[in-house]
Design a protein around this ligand. Sequence first.
Ligand SMILES: N[C@@H](CCC(=O)N[C@@H](CS)C(=O)NCC(=O)O)C(=O)O
Length: 214
Amino acid sequence: MADYQLYCFAQSGNAYRAALMLNLIGADWEPIFVDFFKAAVQRTADYRDNVNEMGEAPVLRHGDKKLSQSGVILFYLAERSGKFLPRDEEARLEALRWIIFDNQKIGGNLGPYRFLRNFAKPLGEPAVLDFLKGRAHGALAIVDKRLSRSPYLLGAEPTIADVSMTSYLYYPSEEFGFDIAAQYANIGAWLGRMKALPRWGHPYDLMPGYPLPA
Ligand SMILES: N[C@@H](CCC(=O)N[C@@H](CS)C(=O)NCC(=O)O)C(=O)O
């Protein structure tokens, strides 16, 4: 058995944060497939009793430890590995600020927007899609401005704030109906820098469940 097990599925940008971090730090890890779409295992009593009471992926297992919330998983892995760890207390608070902003405003809008546009049955109402898309664009503009000042969110080096922020941003532009990297030049350049890191992998390659069965 690998050192770490990650409950995840390929379409999950929330889980990608943890999968990418595990790969970037060179951890010995294996995915455990969460059949989110067909069996909806995250809604079962078994999942909620034994895996995550919050009914979400990702969940990281490490020995007896079981962690959910990608931001918590990122801090845990950074502290254990010493990699992508913000260097002092001020930087840790700054990383936390961007991780929460990402969870709420980037992933929190792009995630449901992409889900309702591609995977929901039935697909989402146009007015709901427009609302989420507008909120996502507002948040992306803020991240783009931040990345005009430095190569990574906290400065010259990548940290867990950057790993978190990649969440939904490498998925194909057709799934969003717009090209994030092309529309936001600083985000596009930063995505290129993150992609150049050793052991970077695409969400559809790192996690199981792609493509979805017809
Ligand atoms: N803030 C959480 C979000 C996790 C999350 O919402 N995951 C989705 C999958 S992408 C989920 O499991 N949703 C189940 C639900 O909301 O019912 C994190 O970053 O881990």
